[in-house]
Design a binder for this molecule. Structure first.
Ligand code: SF4
Ligand code: MG
Length: 283
């Protein structure tokens, strides 16, 4: 049985002291050990950005891919190696800017991988420009008068595009972060975990203190049902996305399980895909 030591590399991360990405690194290693996964049975695929360096810091199969393309590579790795546990990791610029297209399609496709985004609401590696999740009005190096654009809400996007497991975590709460990554890895299908991972050097607004003060824990909220999609959309609005925990979870066929074995039309007729009533009448 492997231990944390087996997952560590000799290379030390070059992240700034206090960067939220350290917690994500520790949480991935701890989750793998807790789930009894051997290093040779796991792959970590990352994009470009400070967070993209993570694939070089875990002793598993890994690839540091092109900007915004990590999800495409990770899905390919999983489809070609169905027995590997595949984690894809990156930042908000990588995943919700240049890579947004892949995020939406990964959600609807439901390949059995886990996608972890270290969302620090800024471009850290290029020294502090506004990112797709920077709040409107935030002053950055590229928006000295305040960000004029509305941010993307990754949780709403994941819900809308069909992701079957969606959660949000915070680098300042390692215990919950580990638990959510474990649940995501155990989930059969595409699991997405958005992690508030503060950039202590370039984002002086969305800090550890800010998140500690404002986050509510959905896992402890009485009456919240993660299987209820409507409730999930509502809670994102109600809390302005300031929560941690499992937002949404359902079981549906993965891409591999949905592969047609005969004629696609036969499968539709046999009810192997879900169809709305109007479509059924037309077959
Ligand atoms: Fe982390 Fe920000 Fe430093 Fe990058 S610049 S390593 S995101 S603290
Ligand atoms: Mg970022």
């Amino acid at each position: 049985m492997s231990t944390l030591k087996d997952y560590r590399m000799d290379i030390k991360p070059n992240w700034c002291p206090g960067c939220g990405d350290f917690s994500v690194l520790a949480a991935i290693q701890k989750s793998a050990v807790n789930l009894n996964i051997e290093p040779e049975d796991m792959a970590l695929i990352s994009g470009i950005g400070c967070s993209g360096r993570i694939s070089g810091y875990v002793n598993v199969y890994s690839m540091h891919t092109m900007h915004g393309r990590a999800l495409a590579v990770a899905q390919g790795v999983k489809l070609a190696n169905p027995d590997l546990h595949v984690i894809c990791a990156g930042g908000d610029g990588d995943g919700f800017g240049i890579g947004l297209n892949h995020f939406a399609h990964a959600g609807r496709r439901n390949v059995d991988i886990t996608y972890i985004v270290m969302d620090n609401q800024i471009y850290g590696l290029t020294k502090g420009q506004m990112s797709p999740t920077s709040p409107q009005g935030m002053e950055t190096k590229s928006s000295p008068g305040g960000n004029p654009e509305q941010p993307i809400n990754p949780l709403q996007m994941a819900l809308a595009s069909g992701s079957s497991f969606i959660a949000q975590a915070f680098s300042g709460d390692l215990k919950q972060l580990v638990s959510l990554i474990e649940q995501g890895m155990k989930h059969k299908g595409f699991s997405f975990i958005n992690v508030f991972s503060p950039c202590v050097t370039f984002n002086k607004i969305l800090t550890y203190e800010f998140f500690k003060k404002n986050l509510v824990n959905l896992d402890e909220r009485e009456g919240y049902e993660p299987s209820n999609r409507g409730m999930a959309f509502n809670i994102v609005e109600e809390t302005s996305s300031m929560f941690t925990g499992v937002l949404y979870k359902n079981e549906r066929k993965t891409l591999t399980e949905s592969q047609p074995k005969g004629s696609g039309t036969d499968m539709l007729r046999q009810g192997q895909f879900e169809l709305n009533e109007n479509m059924k009448d037309k077959l």
